[in-house]
Write a protein that binds this ligand. Structure first.
Ligand code: G3P
Length: 214
C-alpha cells in the first residue's frame, strides 16, 4: 500500500519526507484553510518537497468552473492531481480531465456505486472516507473491500485511496482488504512506528552493551 500524508502543513511534510516511504500528499479546503495561506502557494511548496502525486481540490461546484479551476491548478506542477467532489458536475468534470490526460482524485465517496461512476469516467484515484462512515455507525473498511471487489471484476485502473483514516487499525485493515493507497494525518503515520516491546527491547540492548563495554 502506498502512503500519502493528508495535510497542508509544510513542516509535517518535510519531516514525513525523511521517513522515505511517503509517496504523495492530499489536501482539501479545510486543511488548506488551517495553513492561512493560498492553495496555490501551499501546493507549490509541497511540490518542492515530495516528488509524487499532490492532490489539490477545486472550490467551484459547477462543471465549467471545476474545469477552469482544475486546469489552472494542474499548471502548478506535473504532479498535481485535481480533486473533485463526487457530484454530477464533479463526475462530469472528471471525464473532461481524463480525456485531457490530467490526473484526478474523486473525493467524498461514501458508496460503491459512487466509486463505480468515478472509475467509469477514468478517475485516477477514488477517495472513500472511511472514518466519516464509521462516525455514523457504518463500516468504512467494508466499503473499501466492496470497491476492491467491484474494480477487480472489471479491471478498472482507478486506484482506491482510503481517506479519512483516523488510527493505526484503519491502516492495517485498509492494507488487508487491498486499498492501493492510504492517506492519513502525520500523527497517524507517526503512531505506526510505535510498539512498547520495541522501546523495551532497545533499552535492554543498549543497557547490556553499555555494561559489557564499561
Ligand atoms: O482526505 C480526506 C480527509 O482529509 C478527511 O478526513 O478526518 O476530516 O474525515 P477527516
Amino acid at each position: 500500500m502506498e502512503f500519502f500524508i493528508d495535510t497542508g502543513m509544510i513542516d509535517e511534510i518535510e519531516n514525513a519526507a525523511k521517513w522515505g516511504f511517503v509517496d504523495g500528499v492530499t489536501t482539501n479546503p479545510s486543511l488548506i484553510a488551517k495553513t492561512g495561506r493560498s492553495q496555490a502557494d501551499v501546493i507549490n511548496d509541497i511540490c518542492k518537497i515530495i516528488d509524487g502525486p499532490i492532490s489539490a481540490e477545486v472550490i467551484a461546484t459547477d462543471r465549467e468552473g471545476m474545469i477552469k479551476e482544475g486546469a489552472e491548478l494542474a499548471k502548478i506542477h506535473d504532479n498535481v492531481v485535481i480533486k473533485l467532489p463526487l457530484t454530477e458536475d464533479g463526475i462530469s468534470a472528471c471525464k473532461w480531465f481524463s480525456d485531457n490526460n490530467i490526473k484526478t482524485n474523486v473525493t467524498l465517496c461514501f458508496s460503491s456505486n459512487q466509486a463505480l461512476l468515478a472509475a467509469r469516467n477514468g478517475a485516477t484515484y477514488i477517495s472513500p472516507f472511511i472514518g466519516r462512515l464509521d462516525d455514523i455507525g457504518a463500516d468504512g473498511v467494508e466499503l473499501i473491500r466492496e470497491i476492491r471487489h467491484m474494480y477487480d471484476n472489471y479491471g478498472f485502473d482507478t486506484k482506491i485511496l482510503a481517506a479519512s483514516i483516523r488510527h493505526a487499525d484503519h491502516v492495517k485493515k485498509c492494507s488487508l482488504v487491498g486499498a492501493d493507497v492510504g492517506t492519513m494525518p502525520y500523527k497517524v503515520i507517526e503512531s505506526l512506528f510505535r510498539h512498547p516491546l520495541t522501546d523495551k527491547g532497545l533499552a535492554q540492548f543498549l543497557a547490556d552493551h553499555s555494561k559489557a563495554n564499561s
